[in-house]
Design a protein around this ligand. Structure first.
Ligand code: SF4
Length: 349
């Protein structure tokens, strides 16, 4: 029987944000200065100022864009990432690489007093990055929240203890099927029973270690998996996990089964330019996370560890010019923005 659960077109994860905020407050990770920074970023966005606050309140770091799961919408069977820039070849033009751990720690350290959260993944699977725990620990020591989104397939007791012990604040685990026949429609390489056992293990370890991390199951909803929603509800209840729903990405072999993506340009400005800062694995500073899969976008600059200044880039000439363009002409002023359906600073789908 199909579930009656209503799936919003865009999930703004309000409950998650409030819970995360309260947890961070209790952990001493929210200060008046950080709240002021959020307020100033938001004010700059509302008034579309060319300069934002002194720093972004979200850092988004692509630690490594490699992935083990091979989701159909993301990359082909050989692991080549789809380029969403229609002017470039669809495959083979997005290069892969790892961000040096020193770069990630330098970026976090520079804005530790202003930034609320460091999001430690963009397109890749963060559990593949062996120094993930070190970066989380660095952020925790500097009172910066951290979160990852993971396919969960690579969890083992060692890496789970490592990141929970390092003080991670939120682990979002994507799931799009409760049985292998359904899960395997979107995920090329992964066994759902192994994933479920990993999730149970992480939930148990969280209790054992006293970690305050929020563990959220992010159910990616397609027409083909709606009937399994009651199963995932029960699973989350049994394991004390948060559950959230979002629309799936129909790209990559699912077009025939699912409604196509909307194509009209949104008639609204974009929060990203005023609130969040995106670093690609090679240090390229991009206007947003879409840039990591759009080869034609020009970075604001390329970050150099020990030399670059995050705050100078944030309100530097390239960033202010991009904001000015968005403020004056909207999304249609830039090809990357023209096709973008993002609303707010949130997950894409
Ligand atoms: S509209 Fe989309 S592509 Fe443009 S800056 Fe915002 S998130 Fe990025």
């Amino acid at each position: 029987m199909a579930s009656q659960t209503k799936i919003p077109k865009h999930n703004h994860y309000i409950f998650l944000k409030i819970t995360l905020f309260m947890t961070a407050l209790l952990a001493g990770k929210i200060t008046p200065r950080k709240l002021w920074n959020v307020f100033m970023c938001s004010t700059a966005y509302v008034f579309q100022w060319k300069k934002s606050a002194v720093a972004p309140f979200i850092l988004s770091l692509e630690l490594w864009n490699e992935c083990n799961a091979g989701c159909l919408f993301c990359r082909d069977a050989k692991g080549r990432i789809y380029n969403i820039d229609p002017q470039a070849p669809s495959l083979g033009s997005i290069s892969k690489g790892k961000m040096p751990v020193e770069m990630a720690m330098d970026i976090i350290d520079q804005v530790k007093k202003d930034v609320l959260i460091a999001v430690l993944y963009t397109n890749g699977e963060p559990l593949l990055y062996k120094d993930l725990g070190r970066i989380i620990r660095c952020a925790t020591e500097r009172k910066v929240m951290t979160m990852i989104s993971t396919n969960g397939l690579l969890f083992n007791e060692q890496n789970a203890r490592d990141i929970l012990g390092a003080g991670i604040d939120c682990i979002k685990i994507q799931l799009g099927g409760f049985t292998q026949d359904i899960y395997g429609i979107q995920i090329r390489y992964g066994e759902v029973e192994k994933l479920k056992s990993n999730i149970r293990m992480v939930a148990k370890l969280k209790k054992e270690t006293g970690s305050q991390a929020l563990i959220l199951i992010d159910w990616i909803t397609y027409n083909y998996n709606r009937h399994q929603i009651p199963l995932i509800r029960q699973f989350c209840k049994d394991n004390g996990l948060l559950l959230s729903f979002r629309q799936g990405n129909p790209r990559g072999g699912l077009e025939g089964k699912e409604t196509p993506l909307p194509s009209k340009t949104l008639n609204m400005s974009c929060d990203w330019l005023w609130k969040a800062m995106q670093f690609n694995f090679n240090g390229d500073v991009l206007q947003c996370c879409e840039g990591v899969i759009w080869s034609g976008v020009k970075p604001y600059t390329t970050y150099k560890t020990g030399e670059s200044k995050v705050k100078d880039i944030w309100n530097g000439p390239q960033a202010t010019a991009t904001r000015r363009l968005m403020a004056a002409k909207g999304r249609s002023s830039m090809p990357i923005c023209k096709q973008c359906q993002r609303q707010g600073v949130c997950f894409k789908w």
